[in-house]
Design a protein around this ligand. Structure first.
Ligand code: CS2
Length: 481
């Protein structure tokens, strides 16, 4: 493989940067970056992207020798389709040089700072959406104006520089799977700015725009084996390729500072005035089902989502969830048929070429459960509808974070709240006590939900059944109720 030619760029300019993207992981490179690249192919414009890594230098080190060009490989039913993407101009590694990141964001040529830093990257309380002022990175960022660590810290300090120089601000474009992601990030940024300077907070509230977005494309993690296979496929060695399904969707609220944005609608993005119905549909139908299949599927011994939905017991269960407990909570977005939408989801999940691991989706459950599973539960309780299926998913998450699989082997629980979850569980000996202890974590479960008798009973009963019968048989029994 090493004697293969390495991927290099074809000589586009480096001087057309209009976007700084924080969190240049596989998802953005297989989604937003492609829309921007296609918009520039269609209409030109200065929208080259500088990526920022908030932690490790890994992606910079892999992309830099190939001049930030990479291969995106579509995994479709008719085979693999690679394409070369030339839209990233540089990658900055924040811990190595935070000043370089601030300088770049403060450059008036940058009109958009977009983010995919995952749910936990916003340093907020998942249950309320408010900034976690006690978060160690937030405390650090209030004290260190020149060397922030968190995404909100960089945004606030870069906006502070623009405000100080009386320049126009940039648009903050959140591309993470959070409910009302634009307003949520706006709230977090304003709270942090308020801690820094009330005048700055006023200016941000007045001048900065935070359009909400719904992003969708299934992008499994790339393994070393994938890298080898892609090199064989293309005849060129790429140290940082991405894999993705054929489907993609980007719904964006048309609310940018001075209207400045790439013409992503030319690449099929939907520019709308209200994203919320799309966002709720996607978070609850796709991501909710993903989490359900991740916890129940993992416990039932399925390695990937495709394996999980190939099991009729689990496939029937997610369809039941959608029909009875999720779709009734949604407002139908314009021109969308929700039953058809979920039918397509099942087909996307079943794509055997996508090896999307249940353990990958199971990560960070404390940050994902509120919008994916608990939101619909609260809505159903309010409207007197069933919550049994969704409560089983909550119980499966509880079993998963217990750290022991059904064969008695260890589960590696990756979650920013792992220590708190562990502590809660270690102090409880019986099943109901463990459920109680976890429901007591107010950062995940709002007090109103945690105190609901019907919810507590449903989760406790499901937890006991999972413990006694295992995940697969519990889901089977559920269908036979
Ligand atoms: C997944 C998402 O990892 C997860 O939690 O549910 O990454 C999902 O694949 C994307 O949101 C699809 O658009």
């Amino acid at each position: 493989m090493t004697d293969l030619p390495r991927l290099i760029r074809s000589g586009l300019p480096h001087s057309d940067v209009g976007i700084v993207h924080v969190g240049l992981g596989a998802f953005f490179r297989a989604h937003g970056a492609l829309y921007v690249a296609e918009a520039m192919e269609a209409d030109g414009g200065d929208w080259g992207i500088v990526g920022v890594s908030l932690r490790s230098p890994g992606i910079r080190d892999r992309l830099s020798p190939q001049d930030f060009v990479y291969t995106a490989v579509e995994l479709g039913p008719d085979g693999k389709h690679p394409r070369v993407v030339e839209v990233v101009r540089d990658v900055l590694v924040a811990p190595e040089d935070p000043e370089a990141v601030l300088r770049r964001m403060a450059d008036p040529g940058v009109r958009i700072v977009s983010l995919t830093v995952t749910e936990k990257g916003y340093c907020h309380h998942p249950a309320s959406g408010r900034l976690n002022r006690e978060h160690p990175d937030i405390r650090h960022d209030v004290e260190h104006p020149k060397a922030p660590r968190s995404a909100p810290g960089f945004l606030v300090r870069a906006l502070e520089r623009r405000c100080g120089k009386r320049e126009r601000p940039f648009t903050v474009l959140c591309c993470d799977n959070l409910p009302k992601n634009g307003p949520l990030v706006r709230g977090v940024i304003l709270e942090l700015a308020e801690m820094v300077s009330p005048e700055l907070a006023d200016w941000i509230a007045r001048e900065v725009r935070f359009p909400a977005t719904m992003v969708d494309r299934i992008v499994p993690a790339v393994t070393d084996e994938d890298v080898r296979r892609i090199a064989d496929l293309t005849g060129r060695y790429d140290a940082a390729p991405v894999l993705h399904e054929p489907f993609r969707q980007w719904v964006v609220e048309d609310d940018f500072v001075d209207g400045a944005r790439p013409t992503i609608e030319r690449a099929g993005a939907q520019i709308v005035s209200d994203v919320e119905p799309f966002e709720l549909m996607k978070l609850r139908c796709l991501n909710g089902a993903h989490s359900a299949l991740a916890y129940l599927g993992f416990l039932a011994g399925h390695e990937t989502i495709a394996d999980a939905v190939a099991d009729p017991v689990l496939a029937d269960f997610v369809q039941h969830l959608w029909r009875e407990e999720v779709i009734p909570t949604l407002q139908q977005p314009e021109d969308v048929d929700l039953a058809a939408y979920t039918k397509t989801l099942l087909e996307r999940f079943a794509n055997p070429a996508i090896r999307h691991r249940t353990s990958q989706i199971a990560m960070d459950g404390s940050q994902k459960l509120p919008q994916r599973i608990l939101g619909p539960i609260s809505d159903n309780l309010e409207a007197d509808r069933s919550i049994d299926g969704l409560s089983l998913v909550v119980a499966a998450w509880m079993r998963y974070v217990g750290g022991v699989d059904e064969a008695g082997g260890p589960i590696e629980v990756s979650d920013p709240m792992a220590a708190r979850l562990r502590q809660a569980l270690d102090h409880a000996s019986t099943g109901p006590a463990k459920v109680d202890a976890l429901l007591g974590i107010a950062d995940i479960f709002s007090p109103k939900l945690a105190e609901d008798r019907g919810f507590r009973t449903a989760v406790t009963a499901a937890y006991d059944r999972l413990t006694a019968r295992g995940a697969r048989r519990t889901v089977q029994d559920f269908a036979a109720r």
